[in-house]
Each structure stands twice: as C-alpha cells, then as structure tokens.
Design a protein around this ligand. Structure first.
Ligand code: UDP
Length: 247
C-alpha cells in the first residue's frame, strides 16, 4: 500500500513557525525542528513544495497601518523580501539535515536564489528535491496564502496543506475562546459565508474555482506534517460540497 494518497503537495508554512511561540524573528532551533518533520514527510515518497511566509519578520498591511510614511505597496514588497530571508534559513536547515533542496523566488534575485520558472520547479520536484518558494506571488496586496494556492494549482499538486499554530479552523479564535469548536470538514462556501479565517479570500477563491482541497493543521504537534502527508484524519479539511459529503 502506498504510504501517502498524494503524489505532490504544497505545504504553506507561516513565518511564525520560524519564531519561538509569541516571539518574532528567526530561531534556527524552530526552523530545524520543522525541517526534520518535513524531511520525514518527504521520505514517504511525496513531492513537497514549501511556500514560506514572512510574518515573523514583517507583514505589509500591519507595517503600514497608520501614518508610518511607508506606502502600502512598499510594505508588501518588504514582506515579500522577508519571505526570502526565511527561505534562505529553511534551505540551509533542510540541507544541514541531508535534504536536497532548491530555493526559487517570484522576484528575481540573481546570486541569492533561482528565479521561479514553472517547468523547472516541476523538474526539481520530480527529482525529489524539496522546493522552497519565496517572495510570494511577486505582487503586492495579497499574502503567501495566495502564492500557495497559485503554486499548488500551477504545479498540479493534489492538496494545499496549511500549517498553523492551532489544530485547524474553529468557529471562534481558540487562543481567546476556550469553548471554540473545531470544524473537521468545511466546504469553500461555508468558509466564505461564515467568514472563517482559513486563508486570504483570493486564496480561497482560487481553491474553490479549481476544486483544490485544503488541509489546515497544527505544525506544533510533532509528527503532524508526516500524518498530514499520510492522509491521516487531522485538522480541518476544506473541499467542495460533493467531496465533503462523500468523504
Ligand atoms: N506579500 C505580498 N505578496 C505576496 C505574498 C506576500 O505582498 O504574494 C507580503 C504581504 O505584505 C504579506 C507579507 O508579504 O503580509 C508576508 O507574507 P504573509 O503575511 O503571507 O506571511 P505569513 O503570515 O504566512 O507568515
């Protein structure tokens, strides 16, 4: 029996997964920990592309809120560059553990990383390299969630796995409300109607339009990336009404 129902997945790691809980910046201890989990998941024979966020360093919308003197678009470009810093850290952590990797950026950066070229990215994945996608979509006013949805679609991935610091999607903020209830399954429509904070709205729209399943799960629990890739039941699954009803 295959060890995973998936051939190729996109793993969306938020920048906060690189910082100790409640802190900002990069802790290589955290990066190595998440890299170990990712390598164990890749060992199941699944091709893994990682879209890395930058929120541990800077998010454009937050940074430019109020009168900071920085234009919002500039803030978003700063956020995209933050993801490249994280991408470099992740690449070295993965390689220090023996993984074959490539770092590709949506904003061209000669001397730092390869430019993102879809066919080349596919070849890297086919060869079993863990490919890190940084600089988001290369365009401002969206987040790396949208980049993850786009990469999952253009690279023919089976699923978008969004790693978060809570167990999945709840009806309220579980970090503030201890009675918040976890949804095990949701349709894209329910996510929109209930205005659940799964991913940014552009990302949800892409997934819904192309019927790309999303799994939201907790990266903090050791072994969860591997469990997610094995197709085990965990977190919250978001899919079309038909898929949600039959699964
Ligand atoms: N960003 C952007 N375009 C993109 C991806 C990201 O402008 O395609 C900017 C945006 O300001 C975002 C920041 O980069 O807030 C960092 O990404 P994100 O907030 O997604 O990081 P995460 O929350 O996943 O750590």
């Amino acid at each position: 029996m295959p060890e995973s129902p998936y051939q190729r997945v996109i793993l969306k790691l938020s920048g906060e997964s690189f910082a100790p809980p409640g802190q900002r910046g990069i802790s290589m201890e955290e990066v190595v920990h998440i890299s170990q989990q990712t390598i164990r998941a890749a060992a199941l024979g699944v091709e893994i592309g990682i879209v890395i966020g930058g929120g541990n360093i800077l998010r454009g919308a937050q940074f430019t809120a109020g009168k900071t003197g920085i234009q919002e678009a500039t803030g978003h470009y700063m956020g995209m560059l933050a993801t490249v810093i994280n991408g470099l850290a992740l690449q070295d952590a993965l390689e220090s553990l023996g993984a074959q990797t490539r770092l590709m950026t949506a904003i061209k950066m000669d001397g730092v990383a390869e430019p993102y070229i879809r066919r080349r990215a596919k070849r890297h994945l086919e060869k079993g390299r863990i490919v890190i996608f940084a600089a988001g979509t290369g365009a401002p006013f969206v987040t790396t969630d949208t980049a993850a949805a786009q990469k999952a679609l253009e690279l023919d991935c089976d699923i978008l796995m969004k790693a978060t610091r809570v167990d999945g999607v709840y009806n309220d903020d579980p970090e503030k409300n201890p009675h918040a209830v976890l949804y095990e399954r949701l349709t894209y429509q329910q996510v929109r109607e209930k205005e659940l904070r799964v991913m940014d709205s552009t990302a949800i729209a892409h997934c819904m339009e192309h019927d790309l399943p999303i799994l939201v799960f907790n990266y903090r629990q050791d072994g969860n990336i591997e469990r997610a890739v094995r197709g085990e039941t965990l977190g919250t699954q978001v899919s079309s009404a038909a898929a949600a009803a039959t699964s």
